[in-house]
Design a binder for this molecule. Structure first.
Ligand code: FES
Ligand SMILES: [Fe+2]
Length: 431
């Protein structure tokens, strides 16, 4: 049974009433962003049914390292336990619901509840109950371990968890997107990624506005026009920054599973790095990956791994829904240990000035997302159209589609997967 609310104009050929596609139009109901009931269904059918990103291995490098995070609305602790195993635990005391871990990250031997002091090992087992003698003699504490997220797996240093014990393997889930993770990892040039402290921001709007935006090549010349004009003004500091309103200097890609990318024809901007240092980095890339791969590795690309984690330049950006109309975003600059420090410093500078919370570009997008949510209150606006490039894409193996730089190809891949999961009857089905 489809638990979603019915809506007029539902075509029988489609999974949910929210996504409609025919050869000349692809449209999405505004209710998919603005209806709290849809958000409830998304939690169940997407966030609690499939793989959700929890963190990068470098965030829990040592035994006892932990990080507080979320799967959907559920608080989770990602931890490397005392034996070095990576595990994910519900951040909830099994006594009477105390919020066990209130730190964003840290290192510990135990999680101690702030309410009545129950203590748990980092592997989740209950270690000690204060004044335990008042419990029945045969009281079974083995059952009172912290609840584990049933599936945890990693690919290329990125750790994911799933509440769905039957979910497909992470490898299958990521599918063709794995190639983009591999390329992103190749940029380390033999070094090691280390997640920096996250830049955080929030907006009053649906989470999908951020997910859909990261590979939107259409908006940049409009939304970021004033930012780009500012860059031009400081041309000496920011090179290669000349944009027309609608750019066509790259491609978009939609992949099976809802993943997608925006790929520019030019390399990631290297800013004002000493050419000798830059060359040293390029030489290492060539030595490790072969000459023909260097351009591909350096190509500026933004990738969304469905539904809510983004690899963007050197950042991992996590989209965290808080309500149907409220979203938090955590952007982790990924520093590279083992390559010239100047390159890492330049990338960090790029995050801070351009795409971080106070970055000159990032703030533009947030303002648009807030505005989009306001528009949803216009009841007459029932549909959004995502038809740009429809029927003009190149279709590759495995249903991979490549569109023009400003096409809505990856957004359509997102919505096809969304529709598939949302029309599944129960957890896991249709994944
Ligand atoms: S709620 Fe955690 S010890 Fe009581
Ligand atoms: Fe943008």
């Amino acid at each position: 049974m489809n638990t979603l609310v019915e809506q007029d104009a539902r075509p029988t050929a489609f999974g949910t009433p929210y996504v409609q596609e025919n050869p000349s139009e692809f449209r999405v109901s505004t209710s998919a962003y603005g209806d709290p009931k849809v958000f409830e269904a998304e939690l169940e059918k997407i966030f609690y049914s499939t793989w959700i990103y929890l963190g990068h291995e470098s965030e829990i490098a040592n035994n006892g390292d932990f990080k507080s995070t979320w799967i959907g609305m559920q608080p989770v602790i990602l931890v490397r336990d005392g034996d070095g195993n990576i595990t994910a635990l519900l951040n909830a005391c099994t006594h009477r619901g105390g919020n066990l871990c209130r730190e964003e990250k840290g290192n510990t031997r135990t999680f101690v509840c702030p309410y009545h002091g129950w203590a748990y090992k980092t592997s989740g087992e209950l270690l000690a109950i204060p004044a335990a003698e008042r419990y029945p003699d045969d009281f079974d504490t083995a059952k009172l371990a912290m609840v584990k997220v049933p599936r945890v797996a990693a690919y290329g240093g990125m750790i994911f968890g799933s509440f769905n014990a039957e979910v497909e393997s992470l490898d299958d889930y990521l599918g063709d997107a794995k190639r983009h993770i591999d390329i992103w990892n190749a940029r380390r040039a033999g070094g090691t990624y280390r997640a920096g402290t996250a830049h955080k921001y929030a907006y009053h709007g649906n989470w999908k506005f951020q997910s859909e935006n990261v590979y939107d090549g259409y908006h940049a010349g409009f939304t970021h026009r004033s930012a780009f004009n500012t860059f031009r003004k400081f041309e000496g500091l920011f090179r290669n920054r000349h944009y027309g309103a609608v750019r066509e200097d790259g491609a978009t890609r939609g992949m099976r599973g809802g993943h997608g990318s925006l790929e520019l024809n030019k390399p990631l901007d290297s800013g004002q790095i000493d050419p000798a240092i830059r060359q040293h980095y390029l030489d290492a890339l060539e030595r490790l990956n072969g000459k023909e791969m260097v351009d591909e590795i350096l190509r500026n690309r933004h990738v969304l791994l469905f539904p809510s984690v983004i690899i963007m330049d050197f950042n991992i950006r996590v989209v965290q829904p808080r309500a149907f109309n409220r979203t938090e975003v955590y952007s982790y600059p990924m520093l590279i240990d083992g390559i010239p420090e100047e390159i890492t410093a330049q990338r960090l500078n790029d995050v801070q000035t351009r795409v971080g919370t106070a970055g000159i570009v990032g703030a533009d997008d947030i303002d648009v997302f807030n505005g989009n949510q306001t528009s949803l209150q216009a009841l007459g606006a029932k549909w959004f159209t995502l038809s740009r490039g429809l029927g003009k894409e190149q279709i590759l193996d495995n249903d991979q589609r490549v569109g023009g730089f400003s096409d809505e190809t990856p957004q359509r891949a997102f919505w096809r997967q969304w529709d598939k999961l949302m029309s599944a009857n129960s957890r896991g089905e249709g994944a």
